[in-house]
Design a binder for this molecule. Sequence first.
Ligand SMILES: C[S@@+](CC[C@H](N)C(=O)[O-])C[C@H]1O[C@@H](n2cnc3c(N)ncnc32)[C@H](O)[C@@H]1O
Length: 210
Amino acid sequence: MKDDRPERTRSERFLKERKRTRHFFNLTAVIYPLIERHLVPRYEDALARLDLPPALTVLDVATGSGILAAAFARRGHPVTGLDFSRRLLKRARKKFPAIDFGAFDLVELAKMPAKSYGIVSCGYLLHGLSPEFRATILKNIARIARHYVVVFDYCCDGGWFVRLIERMEGPHYPRFIATGREAEFAGAGLRIERSFRTSPFGDAWLCRPE
Ligand SMILES: C[S@@+](CC[C@H](N)C(=O)[O-])C[C@H]1O[C@@H](n2cnc3c(N)ncnc32)[C@H](O)[C@@H]1O
């Protein structure tokens, strides 16, 4: 269905959402070592299973402290990581000085040229976005990727601790885990080629832009 609301109102809604998200991630950067301990082995195992050609360039959007970007880099991919959390980017640059990290707000993805990276990846970004902003981001990711889009996120309920953290981040997680990804990805022009469980509550999706 066509969205007839004025473009300005839409950007205002996105702006409010992004301000809150940036504040949350700057504030919670201190607990990232804990999150990294859980995610790093999962990212590494999943990328080993996917075994994508290392010559493909990677754009890791919402890179946070850079752990997914670094997992791609260790497999030989040239990688760029983008995020808007100053604190997480500082951590990423300190931990992985050889990777190119940039301060970037994802609304700006709309300005990036089509098919400019072999792979576009995002780890645990989507569940935190409103359905409307998520659809916009996914369409841009699909447009920028030449060969693959790799997504990591929740597949199902992660228990009380995850629910608590995600409630602090924002209101979108419960609806995100209650809906399937296939229709949403298809709506953005992405076809799921493979998907598999990476943890009791996380999935990896390998998609092809159509
Ligand atoms: C849950 S963290 C995941 C970080 C990283 N991908 C990982 O797997 O560890 C979500 C990230 O999305 C970033 N993010 C959310 N909205 C964004 C936006 N509009 N522009 C740039 N980064 C954004 C946050 O700053 C945060 O680093």
